[in-house]
Structure formats: C-alpha cells, structure tokens
Design a protein around this ligand. Structure first.
Ligand code: ZN
Length: 113
C-alpha cells in the first residue's frame, strides 16, 4: 500500500512577515502604512488576509476634517488621529509621535489629493 508523504508542502505563507508595532514610534507606523498600501495596490480581492497581518490599517480618512480612523488588528481597537495645523495628534496615545501618527502622516502624504 502506497504511503503518501502528505507533508511535503509547506502551506505557511511566510513570504509576508507580520508587521507588528513594538516601539510605537513614527517609523513603525510608516512601515505599517507602506505594507498596507502595497496590499491595497496589489490584487484586488486577496488582500484581506494580507491586511490581517498588519497591525494598523486605515478605516476612515476624513480629508476635510483632517481626521483619520485607524484600526489596530492586534488590539482590535479603533484609533483616532487628528491633524491640527498639519500636526497629527493621536487621541489614543495622547502624543504626537507614535506609530499611529506616523501612519497618519503617510496617509496624508499619499492619499490626500
Ligand atoms: Zn497612537
């Protein structure tokens, strides 16, 4: 009776590393944004799985009100960032230079028409 190896293929999708915020600084937010953007730009439908591997994604961008709503996939929270005179402030961390404001800066630069 033949025995099928069955385990020869590795189904883990390791080519896309998980983007996780550790230090909560601007750079991490920018990195999250870049990965999120590349998923948005890529394949139309298969992006949901990719988005789940990024800690932060953009939920709402209210350009007129200078307000963004991000979603933290790991903590399952919505995080609000508000721009005042071009300076982003994170309502969650209560600071100006966390990962969320880094993400917000990128959104404004790349999505603001
Ligand atoms: Zn924050």
């Amino acid at each position: 009776m033949p025995i099928f190896p069955g385990t020869s293929k590795n189904l883990d999708n390791d080519d896309f590393t998980k983007i996780e915020i550790v230090n909560n600084n601007l750079e991490e937010g920018m990195e999250c944004f870049n990965h999120w953007l590349s998923i948005q730009d890529g394949e139309n439908k298969s992006n949901e799985d990719g988005s789940r591997k990024i800690q932060l994604i953009l939920k709402v961008f209210e350009k007129e009100k200078n307000k963004l709503l991000l979603h933290d996939n790991l903590k399952n929270l919505d995080i609000k960032v508000v721009f005042t005179d071009g300076v982003p402030f994170c309502a969650f961390c209560q600071i100006y230079d966390c990962a969320h404001t880094g993400f917000a800066i990128c959104v404004k630069q790349n999505i603001d028409g």
